[in-house]
Ligand binder design. Structure first.
Ligand code: PEP
Ligand code: MN
Length: 337
């Protein structure tokens, strides 16, 4: 961290800041020039807020050099984290997994139909929301624990693993029983109490979706909450961000995959369903995600999207899903993934 005092700031003012920092155990390196007092703060500055130092009179500007996150940073751990899901299923650099299923768990029959489509296409990870954080309180809210039980029954029958979204800490015991991979949705990326609870209470992998208007740094800070609370198994998921464009539901920030790979060692996957909001775009966006280096995609599919209880417009029909998997496999071969 670099502290720059105002031109004309007094020695007494800078000493006050320096003493404050030294008392906290930081080393100070003077790099003053052109009659302006400038000094570097050396040490682990993650507990230090730049804006707190700007409260001292005479301070002009405080610039952070280290990232505010540590455990998720590539500066802290340079080798890629590869997360073991189960048996031969891994998510991370060198692997590309497809996660697919309905937006919400609706009935056992529908979930089974979807599971069969996964199996026949060699896809091993089933998704389905049992607790749905819907924009409208009048929309279908999910089946709750009953939905988790359906997922569990179907996954056992078809030898799959399941991902489902958690919205409340109190449901952790049910998730521990029924779910292989937790999902934290975009709306809960900022729910730090939930993130801390998950960090403490589960060691299962957690897919952390990017908040609807979150910067990459805020997203990584949310992952830091989970890691610093004790769970290192975080998979980031880019799901589109809100921009001024209204034709698509959100805007897929495909560069975020590259940014995350530069900044962090954690795996990153892409959700083209929630980013585009249109089934017509899912296949091509999935191919783009694979090409750009994502570690997987999570897509919504449905046997009858016209009658889906949520997100039908961004759900692929099962034949289109098969087509997408084939196209991804061709590209994987081409890319030698
Ligand atoms: C979901 O995956 O079903 C979901 C609600 O996604 P998001 O949190 O990205 O909106
Ligand atoms: Mn959905």
């Amino acid at each position: 961290m670099i502290v720059q005092m105002r031109h004309g700031a007094t020695q007494a003012q800078s000493e006050k800041v320096i003493n404050f920092l030294k008392e906290k155990g930081f080393e100070i390196k003077d790099v003053s020039s052109d009659n302006v007092i400038i000094f570097g703060v050396i040490g682990d500055t993650k507990y230090l807020n730049a804006s707190d130092l700007e409260a001292f009179s005479g301070v002009f500007q405080v610039t952070r050099i280290q990232t505010p996150y540590k455990l998720v940073s590539r500066q802290f751990k340079s080798e890629d984290t590869i997360i073991h899901i189960k048996d031969d299923i891994y998510i991370g650099e060198g692997y590309f997994e497809i996660i697919a299923g309905t937006c919400a768990v609706e009935t056992k029959e529908i979930t089974e139909e979807v599971a069969k489509a996964l199996v026949s296409n060699g896809v091993k990870i089933l998704r389905g929301g049992a607790f749905k954080p819907r924009t409208s309180p009048y929309s279908f809210q999910g089946l709750g624990v009953k939905g988790l039980e359906i997922l569990n029954e179907v996954k056992n029958k078809y030898n799959l693993v399941v991902v489902s979204e958690i919205v409340n800490e109190k449901d952790i015991p049910a998730f521990e029983k029924y779910v292989d991979v937790y999902q934290v949705g975009a709306r809960n990326m900022y729910n730090y109490e939930l993130l801390k609870a998950l960090g403490k209470k589960t060691k299962k992998p957690i897919i952390l979706k990017r908040g609807i208007s979150a910067t990459i740094e805020e997203w990584l800070m949310s992952a830091e909450y989970i890691l610093s609370s004790g769970n290192p198994n975080v998979i980031l998921c880019e799901r589109g961000i809100r921009t001024f464009e209204r034709y698509t539901r959100n805007t897929l920030d495909i560069q975020a995959v590259l940014a995350v790979k530069e900044l962090s060692h954690l795996p990153v996957i892409v959700d083209p369903s929630h980013s585009s909001g249109k089934y017509t775009m899912i296949e091509k966006l999935s191919l783009a995600s694979l090409a750009v280096g994502a570690d997987g995609v999570m897509v919504e599919i449905h046997p009858n999207p016209e009658f889906a209880l949520s997100d039908g417009a961004q759900s692929l029909k099962l034949d289109k899903f098969s087509h997408m998997v084939k196209e991804l496999n061709k590209l994987k071969k081409g890319l030698k993934k």
